[in-house]
Design a protein around this ligand. Structure first.
Ligand code: C2E
Ligand code: MG
Ligand code: MG
Length: 626
């Protein structure tokens, strides 16, 4: 504006001086006139120039104001910002921003122009950024700076600014430090896709890899093998030595698998004690067979954890793509079915899938789904097998044996459906039902004249670990009115290894209810004799596999002899099950076995026929003594 006033002033003063010169009638002098005109023109030019300068100046000030505002905006923005000129030279940077301090961009060129930018921003990303700028569009994305150990992640927006003439005037780079979010996201990803204990990919990850492998192999017409590994006896280790030891076993197993499996092949920890391997078998199935053998060997090599020597083994099932299935679900199910087949015969072996295994798996599913309605549909019935005192031949009690009437499934035997009920958790409801019905039956018989009969009910280990056995027993006694001393629970050796405080407490509470505890199937499990001292068993039940051989095998006699002597030394009564002939009974009697049960007397019978049998037996005994 100042220039303008100056110019106007000059013009007016020169104009006035020229006018006064003319008015004062200066004689006509062309040279003078030319000079005056020239000076007027130059003054006019000067005026124009001044006007131009003024406009330019005010524009620059307006620009400065705008820049000032922009910088204020950048300065107080919550993100790290850089204002670059079209040559990518920084014009402004909000230095104080923590993100940039962290990135050490005191010299901002380090960030954009140089080596660091080139080193960390992939050529493809740089190309996309250049394209976006050329098209006048903003680019948004994540940039990663830093070394492999300490990464800084910046959520970045790069916005080109074009002036009214369409020229690139500035580029605004706006960065948000998302390293922390990223670290959390990474941790979440790891939690979601890896097993926390072993660090191996988990089931979710494995299923995704399996689908990807199927896609790849379908395209390349290749084959691969799915190897399903389940550790044997881990449950017992868990129950006896606790979670800590099991965790260590699992960690070491994962390590052993890593060493056995070739690089690049997926090993996953599906959960609990189950592992999965996807093995490329384009060179043939021999590699899978060799690997399976190697895995078994590695798993049965003892683990030394703290002061314990832990011995486990593995059951391995293999299914092959595409021969055994061409989708992940089928392949997994079939590898699992093969694993179950391997486990069926006490584990420590591998099985390739074959069709019969699917039938077994389908059968298990069938049993499980029908069992769900078995109580409501009245398909379950209790059978009773007499227990006889060997000294006086009196009927002292009954063992309750469950029967399932389901003709569609071929009336499955307890050995088949009890494990299914245990696996599916249905044993809790079924077990409670059995207890209550059995107690009520004894009361009903006592009202029918068959008094003082003891009743032995088989209890699954799951009823201890997953159910509330103490509450169930108390409830059954209460609703039936059966005196506690007439109820005996048959527990198998597997539970003994469960030397946990919870089980000890349950035992104590059961004993304080006044019931009896019997150790079933003695000699077939893993129990060590030392456990016998710790638990308050009243009766020890010799497994029928010993009794079966007792009349022709010296070893069985010696063993039975030792078991009876030991039980008596612990003040336990001894009952032998599976007595089928007089010879077996004689031997047992000579060895001071207290009670027997078996087909020699009667198989398990339904309640009605049992009452008939008991009456006949009592009459027979009576007539013998008369
Ligand atoms: P367990 O408790 O050892 O039952 C004895 C089994 O031996 C019964 O088989 C019985 O029928 C059979 N047995 C009895 N005497 C003889 C004999 O002289 N010779 C032969 N060869 N066998 C004889 P069952 O009824 O098939 O039961 C099998 C197993 O199923 C039982 O073994 C028990 O562990 C389980 N079980 C049966 N009922 C129940 C139940 O209500 N709850 C639970 N948790 N398990 C049950
Ligand atoms: Mg039993
Ligand atoms: Mg038994």
């Amino acid at each position: 504006m100042g220039y303008l006033f100056l110019a106007i002033g000059l013009c007016i003063s020169v104009g006035l001086s020229a006018a006064s010169y003319i008015v004062l009638e200066t004689p006509y002098q062309p040279a003078l006139l030319a000079l005056a005109t020239l000076s007027a023109c130059s003054i006019f030019l000067c005026f124009c120039f001044c006007v131009y300068l003024d406009t330019l100046h005010s524009k620059r000030r307006a620009n400065q104001r705008e820049n000032q505002q922009l910088k204020m905006l950048l300065e107080h923005g919550s993100s790290a910002m850089l204002l670059l000129n079209p040559k990518l030279e920084p014009e402004y940077i909000n230095h104080r921003h923590a993100t940039l301090t962290k990135l050490d961009v005191e010299d901002p060129k380090k960030l954009i122009n140089t080596h660091k930018w080139k080193q960390h921003v992939a050529p493809e990303t740089r190309r996309r950024i250049r394209e976006a700028i050329a098209e006048g569009k903003a680019w948004q994305g994540e940039l990663r700076f830093g070394d492999s150990e300490f990464d800084d992640y910046l959520a970045t927006t790069i916005t080109p600014i074009y002036n009214s003439r369409g020229d690139l005037s500035n580029i605004i780079v706006c960065c948000e430090d998302i390293s922390e979010h990223k670290a959390i996201a990474d941790r979440l990803f790891i939690r979601e896709h890896y097993n926390v204990l072993t660090g191996l990919p988990n089931r979710q990850f494995a299923l995704r890899s399996l689908s990807a492998t199927i896609d790849k192999c379908a395209a390349l017409q290749q084959q691969f093998m799915l190897i399903y590994i389940d550790l044997d006896r881990i449950r017992y280790i868990n129950e006896s030595l606790g979670h800590f030891v099991v965790d260590k076993v699992l960690i070491e197993t994962a390590e052993r698998l890593r060493l056995a499996v070739p690089d690049e092949q997926l090993i996953a920890h599906l959960g609990a004690d189950e592992f999965l391997i996807i093995l490329d078998t384009s060179s043939g199935n021999d590699s899978a067979r060799e690997l399976a053998e190697d895995l078994l060997e590695r798993c049965r090599t003892p683990f030394y954890i703290e002061q314990h020597e832990v011995n486990i083994s593995a059951s391995v099932g293999l299914s092959q793509y595409p021969a055994d299935g061409n989708d992940s679900n089928t392949l997994m199910r079939r590898a699992e079915a093969a694993m179950f087949a391997a486990k069926a015969d006490s584990g420590n072996r591998f099985c390739f899938y074959d069709e019969s295994m699917s039938h077994q798996a389908d059968r298990r599913l069938d049993l499980e789904s029908h069992l769900r309605h078995a109580i409501a549909r009245n398909e379950l019935e209790l059978y009773y097998q007499p227990m006889i005192n060997l000294t006086n031949h009196q009927l002292v009690g009954v063992e309750v044996l469950l029967r399932w009437h389901n003709s569609k499934l071929g009336n499955p035997a307890p050995d088949e459906f009890i494990p299914v009920a245990e696996h599916s958790g249905q044993i809790i409801a079924i077990g409670s039902w059995v207890l209550e019905q059995a107690c009520k039956q004894i009361i009903a018989w006592s009202q029918a004249g068959l008094a003082n009969l003891n009743v032995a009910v088989n209890i699954s280990n799951k009823q201890f670990s997953d159910g509330d056995i103490v509450k169930n027993v108390a409830h059954a006694l209460k609703v039936s009115g059966l005196p506690a001393r007439q109820l005996e629970l048959e527990i198998t050796e597997g539970l003994l290894i469960n030397d946990t405080p919870t089980i000890r407490r349950q035992f104590k509470e059961l004993k304080s209810l006044g019931i009896h505890l019997s150790l079933d199937d003695f000699g077939t499990g893993y129990a060590s004799l030392s456990y016998l001292k710790r638990y308050p068993f009243d009766t020890l039940k010799i497994d029928r596999s010993f009794v079966k051989d007792i009349d022709h095998c010296e070893d069985s006699v010696a063993l039975t002899n030792a078991i009876i002597a030991m039980a008596h030394s612990f003040k336990m009564k001894v009952i032998a099950e599976g007595v089928e002939n007089l010879n077996q009974r004689r031997i047992l009697r000579e060895r001071h076995c207290d009670m027997v049960q078996g087909y020699l007397y009667s198989p398990a019978l339904p309640a009605g026929p049992f009452l008939e049998w008991a009456k006949r037996y009592a009459e027979m005994q009576h007539s013998k003594h008369v």
